[in-house]
Write a protein that binds this ligand. Structure first.
Ligand code: HEM
Ligand SMILES: *[C@@H]1O[C@H](CO)[C@@H](O)[C@H](O)[C@H]1NC(C)=O
Ligand SMILES: *[C@@H]1O[C@H](CO)[C@@H](O)[C@H](O)[C@H]1NC(C)=O
Ligand SMILES: *[C@@H]1O[C@H](CO)[C@@H](O)[C@H](O)[C@H]1NC(C)=O
Ligand SMILES: *[C@@H]1O[C@H](CO)[C@@H](O)[C@H](O)[C@H]1NC(C)=O
Ligand SMILES: *[C@@H]1O[C@H](CO)[C@@H](O)[C@H](O)[C@H]1NC(C)=O
Ligand SMILES: *[C@@H]1O[C@H](CO)[C@@H](O)[C@H](O)[C@H]1NC(C)=O
Ligand SMILES: *[C@@H]1O[C@H](CO)[C@@H](O)[C@H](O)[C@H]1NC(C)=O
Ligand SMILES: *[C@@H]1O[C@H](CO)[C@@H](O)[C@H](O)[C@H]1NC(C)=O
Ligand SMILES: *[C@@H]1O[C@H](CO)[C@@H](O)[C@H](O)[C@H]1NC(C)=O
Ligand SMILES: CC(=O)N[C@H]1CO[C@H](CO)[C@@H](O)[C@@H]1O
Length: 314
């Protein structure tokens, strides 16, 4: 364990010396270095898994105990955004025919690998070969690219699925409250692991401008991917992108019920708790200073690495 103790000391020294991220260092690389002292693909993966799993399932109890930032999670029941109810679970658990399979709307249970439980153990799923394994590993890969991990494609596995986020999310016909809630949870998760308010703001506004507006023109998001349609917010109420290409998008109805065709596992796909619909702590400036907030990640990720469970998605 002494290796980890010295990483902690190094981390605190690094953060004390340089409290803000230099403009030429990506968010992924900066926090990987700050937390582990070594910025390599292995450590980048550990951080991206922690942030994505927390955003999806809600805060790990020990995490929130240290940072005091609660993350209800994308799957939370009774969530709200700006006073409007948001319930994203039915898009994930097969209740709605909202996934695009072979270009058609279909109901798929994306939580068939144990739901939130394995996420709390820093794993993508409790069983390989599940839809959940596919979804979670793809999210790690995609967010590793979006957050600028320098190991992306070089030790950090690159995303190899559909690169048009419009195509993936089209049949969900998502509205601004749903998309903003999702983005808020990503920001709150990052804040709960010690990402600074300024960097949470960068992540949130990047996601909003890429995916949170309707009619976004062809855009390449990941390194090496072609320019394609990326709007995830496509409902009429979504803000219109400045360089709008509305005719490129199909009009899509809100999804129909899944009519029981998906394999459903409600007991392990259900959300852990009620949600409180507040703005991300980072953007309201309430998160703790970096050094304090980074401590829980060191403990959590390190114990997961010791147990050998973090990197099961490779
Ligand atoms: C705002 C930023 C978002 C990003 C960057 C994002 C990214 C992704 C990615 C990379 C995948 C995997 C696609 C694949 O495997 O081919 C995915 C799947 C999925 N996303 Fe999102 N997403 C976002 C917002 C949302 C929102 C707001 C919802 C609301 C319900 C949502 C629901 C889903 C579901 C249900 C899937 C599984 C469907 C499938 O893979 O076909 N996502 N997302
Ligand atoms: C990355 O650094 C960690 C130490 O923080 C080390 O355990 C791991 O083996 C390194 N990974 C690679 C791919 O070099
Ligand atoms: C159920 O929904 C699927 C699409 O998810 C559709 O292909 C199928 O025809 C529907 N079945 C019935 C009985 O409506
Ligand atoms: C999820 O729950 C269902 C029903 O409760 C169970 O049959 C299934 O084995 C569980 N799946 C996993 C991966 O734990
Ligand atoms: C895509 O990535 C997944 C997960 O890393 C992997 O299981 C799959 O084999 C890859 N597929 C291709 C075509 O490379
Ligand atoms: C606007 O979008 C079009 C594609 O529809 C693209 O060719 C053009 O470069 C974009 N302009 C700006 C300023 O982004
Ligand atoms: C977007 O790119 C696709 C190819 O990926 C092309 O077929 C389509 O015409 C482009 N649409 C616009 C509006 O630029
Ligand atoms: C969730 O919120 C509802 C009211 O919206 C309340 O009745 C219920 O007790 C809450 N559940 C938990 C676990 O806090
Ligand atoms: C959600 O709210 C309803 C009442 O609006 C309540 O009955 C239910 O228990 C809540 N669910 C959770 C998980 O808190
Ligand atoms: C799942 O696959 C990973 C490699 O992708 C492997 O390391 C792990 O042992 C597998 N888990 C199970 C339960 O088969
Ligand atoms: C999903 C989850 O576990 N939420 C918890 C996050 O932390 C707060 C504060 O401790 C709890 O109230 C939530 O239940």
């Amino acid at each position: 364990m002494s290796r980890y103790a010295s990483a902690l000391v190094f981390t605190l020294a690094t953060i004390a010396a340089a409290d803000t991220r230099p403009a030429d260092v990506t968010i992924c690389d900066y926090y990987t270095n700050a937390i582990f002292g070594v910025n390599n693909a292995t450590n980048q993966k550990a951080i991206v898994i922690a942030v994505v799993n927390t955003a999806v399932a809600g805060n790990y109890t020990h995490n929130v105990q240290k940072t005091n930032i609660a993350v209800p999670g994308i799957l939370a029941l009774n969530a709200t955004f700006d006073g409007t109810s948001v319930n994203l679970l039915p898009y994930f658990d097969g209740s709605l025919a909202s996934s695009s399979i072979g270009g058609k709307a279909a109901a798929v249970d994306w939580l068939d690998g144990g739901g939130a439980a394995p996420l709390y153990k820093s794993m993508p799923t409790s069983s390989n070969g599940t839809h959940q394994y596919t979804l979670m590993t793809h999210l790690y890969e995609y967010f590793g690219g979006v957050l600028g991990c320098s190991g992306y494609g070089k030790g950090f596995p690159s995303y190899n699925s559909t690169t048009s986020m419009y195509s993936v999310h089209k049949y969900m016909a998502l509205n601004p409250f749903e998309v903003s809630y999702f983005i808020e949870q990503v920001g709150a998760s990052a804040a709960s692991w010690g990402v600074s308010p300024a960097d949470v703001e960068v992540v949130g506004s990047t996601l909003q401008s890429l995916f949170g507006q309707k009619c976004t023109a062809n855009t390449s998001v990941l390194p090496g991917s072609p320019p394609e349609l990326q709007s995830i917010c496509i409902d009429a109420a979504c803000p219109r992108a400045p360089n709008a290409s509305c005719s490129a998008y199909d009009a899509v109805e809100r999804p129909a019920a899944g009519n029981g065709t998906a394999t459903k596992h409600p007991s392990n796909g259900s959300a852990p708790s009620n949600a409180s619909g507040t703005m991300p702590p980072g953007s309201s400036g309430t998160s703790k200073n970096g050094a304090m907030a980074l401590q829980p990640l060191i403990g959590t990720v390190m114990s997961a690495l010791v147990a050998g469970i973090v990197l099961t998605f490779l």
